[in-house]
Design a protein around this ligand. Sequence first.
Ligand code: TRP
Length: 320
Amino acid sequence: MDASLALPRLRFCDSLKAADDPALELRAGLSAAAASIAPKFFYDRLGARLFEAICELSEYTLPRDEQVIFDRHTADITQAVGPDCTLIDLGAGNCAKAERLFPALAPRQYVAIDIAAAFLREQLTRVAQRHPQIEMIGVATDFSSGLALPASVRAQRRLAFYPGSSIGNFAPLDARAFLSSVHAACNGGYLLLGADLVKDPVAQVAAYDDALGVTAAFNLNVLNVANRLAGTDFLVSDWRHVARFNETESRMEMHLEARRDLVVCWPGGERRFAAGELIHTENSYKYTRSGLTGLLHSAGYRNVRLFTDPSERFVVALAE
Ligand code: TRP
């Protein structure tokens, strides 16, 4: 039996639009002069698991730095937001970060949103079993082009939660547009936002190119996803993981580099790659404190408070 059936306070809602045809999007990205694959395609089942493994790597300090901040400032956050909030988790993944806030924050409703529908259902069902007093809604949707919430989400005391460095995956203007849409969706409420700070370039690159090769596996796995969703015939062994810091743009760039001259085919099309040619898979923008405050103000937020870890590698912003 589906375990979620026994949990009356848990609901799911699938808003993934049929109009976003992944095959068309992937093929268009591969056909562009500068080939690319959008980062949302990383997160199939294996990708979601590999990302969990990345978060355990010594080189990827981000989750621990962020946790230190939450541990130190949960009281400040709880006091500002007040009781009975509706916690809206944007890109919930395994829901673990939000769950750690439950004891102090005591939300009345928890809304977990993620593009990985099956993974979300599984994880949220477990979380709901542990916290039967909290009403929970799982929403499978792609919110990257704007946030729309189902009617069952309470309008009062909304707290949007966007931890990790996911905001860094947007180019600055897109980040502003996205945060404005979150602002509109949570009118009168709060935003709790994580962002990675600019740091020493060697440590910065190592965080995305670890010695065990877990990040390489995560990046390369997107080719398996493309093969499944777009009918491409990528051979993973023909490609190499590349991570580099683009100083001018203040961003980490992830690419896949062709190891030899090759052709990738799909039903109705093909793309020739020369040895060394790249497929761009993700940007991760690194912020300064003032840069992040400026971004939040430009998206309509006010009373921005910033919390950092002792080594100043990461920042959490709380804004109204
Ligand atoms: N959004 C995360 C980040 O920017 C995801 C991530 C971690 C990632 N390591 C990666 C994405 C490697 C692509 C490749 O930190």
